[in-house]
Design a binder for this molecule. Structure first.
Ligand SMILES: *Cc1c(COP(=O)(O)O)cnc(C)c1O
Length: 402
């Protein structure tokens, strides 16, 4: 058996089967590229679900990480460290936030926001104890913890994991009238993704978020935008809310906040929501640790100083133009914003997965989602030549079939 086959067999034997990865075993990454153990090079069109927006193993983030790792990695929040304040300061300057709460995974940031907004509901809005409601959207993806999957509409994510956390109302994504109808005196928040990534890059109708913003303001409902995937340059803006001309009350970021080096997430707030948390009421052993802060500080600097957000806007438009130029009778729709893109195939194409395998054979790694959709989300450092090469190969697979 080849070493690759052995590694796959060992994973299969010893690991829980909660993922079904493409059978490629990666050993190295640099910029937009990753390599497998046999030396084959691939263009990464997933970017670890947009966690490596800055490109694989970015040298500046690597240097910041190794430097901090040799000095101090973890103090817990029982003591202070010399990186946290600087992380706050730099992130607040970029986002206009007044308060920040650092966590690790995206799901933890979502959980943190849910806790804070419930408490805000009782202490500030005056909602009756244990009656707080949060409005969420169908086809949402906010993570994998129990409370989060309690309001998922994806049977795979939810079924078999009850009993579920109550207090969530689900309305269709993109339907402001449905959201309005769901608001009650007990509604403390609406939790929404600016673009639904896991659902297959679903972009809401123009004007939806302006209406949602107005409704939330009118009814004293906290608007929480989950920008864990859409944020940090992915859509061609620092935050995707900028496309909508609105500002959330609470913004959740994660994934690319560390450029893929380390789990770092944060809850950003420009209202009094985070102010309700008092000492001892919430925390995390690793949240806000000096290694995480040093990595995130450099990951943010790199994103801005190296023009990655502008590049995402330019290359996103160019990539989309390329995808739209592909002549294939298997494509139902091409959609996207910035470098967050998807090609939805017609049902008769027989599912997206086999096309992902065919692209892999040509050196492109992309991920199928919801059976018929292929997502394209390369690192934000992709060049024009690399887009040309990608389109040529995607075209070869989609126009000829498998
Ligand atoms: C990935 C993701 C999460 C969860 O992040 P984890 O780090 O996997 O817990 C939450 N919301 C959105 C929109 C995501 O894309």
């Amino acid at each position: 058996m080849s070493q690759t086959a052995e590694l796959i067999a060992t994973e299969h034997r010893l690991g829980a089967h909660n993922y079904k990865p493409l059978d490629v075993v990666l050993t190295r990454g640099q910029g937009v590229h990753v390599w497998d153990g046999d030396g084959n090079r691939y263009l990464d069109c997933l970017s670890a679900y947009s966690a490596v927006n800055q490109g694989h193993c970015h040298p500046r983030i690597l240097a910041a990480m190794t430097e901090q790792a040799s000095k101090l990695t973890l103090t817990s929040r029982a003591f202070r460290n010399d990186q946290l304040a600087l992380f706050y300061e730099e992130l607040a300057a970029l986002t206009g936030s007044h308060k920040i709460l650092p966590m690790n995974s995206g799901a933890e940031a979502v959980e943190t926001a849910i806790k804070a907004v419930r408490k805000w509901g009782y202490e500030v809005k005056g909602v009756e104890k244990n009656k707080a409601e949060i409005i969420v959207c169908s086809e949402n993806f906010h993570g994998r913890t129990l409370s989060i999957i309690s309001f998922s509409t994806d049977p795979d994510a939810r079924e078999g994991f009850g009993p579920y956390t109550p207090g969530f109302t689900i309305v269709p994504f993109g339907d402001a009238a449905a959201l309005e109808a769901a608001i009650s005196p007990n509604t403390v928040a609406a939790l929404i993704e600016p673009i639904q990534g896991e659902a297959g890059v679903i972009i809401p109708p123009a004007g939806y978020f302006r209406r949602v913003r107005d409704l939330c303001t009118e009814h004293n409902v906290t608007l929480i935008l989950d920008e864990i995937q859409t944020g940090l340059g992915r859509t061609g803006k620092f935050l995707a809310e900028e496309h909508e001309g609105i500002e959330a009350d609470v913004t959740l970021i994660g994934k690319a906040l560390s450029g893929g080096f380390y789990p770092v997430s944060a809850v950003l707030s420009n209202s009094e929501v985070l102010g309700v948390l008092q000492p001892g009421q919430h925390g995390s052993t690793f949240g806000g640790n000096p290694l995480a802060c040093a990595i995130a500080r450099e990951a943010l600097k790199v994103l801005v100083e190296e023009g990655m957000i502008e590049n995402a806007e330019r290359m996103g438009a160019y990539f989309m133009e390329g995808l739209r130029s592909i002549r294939s009778n298997m494509i139902r729709e091409v959609r996207g914003r910035g470098l967050m893109m998807a090609v939805e195939l017609l049902p008769e194409a027989g599912g997206a997965r086999k096309y992902c395998y065919a692209m892999k054979d040509r050196g492109i790694l992309a991920k199928d989602t919801h059976v018929n959709t292929i997502r394209f989300a390369p690192p934000l450092v992709i060049t024009r030549d690399q887009v040309d090469w990608a389109i040529e190969n995607i075209d070869a697979v989609l126009s000829k079939g498998t």
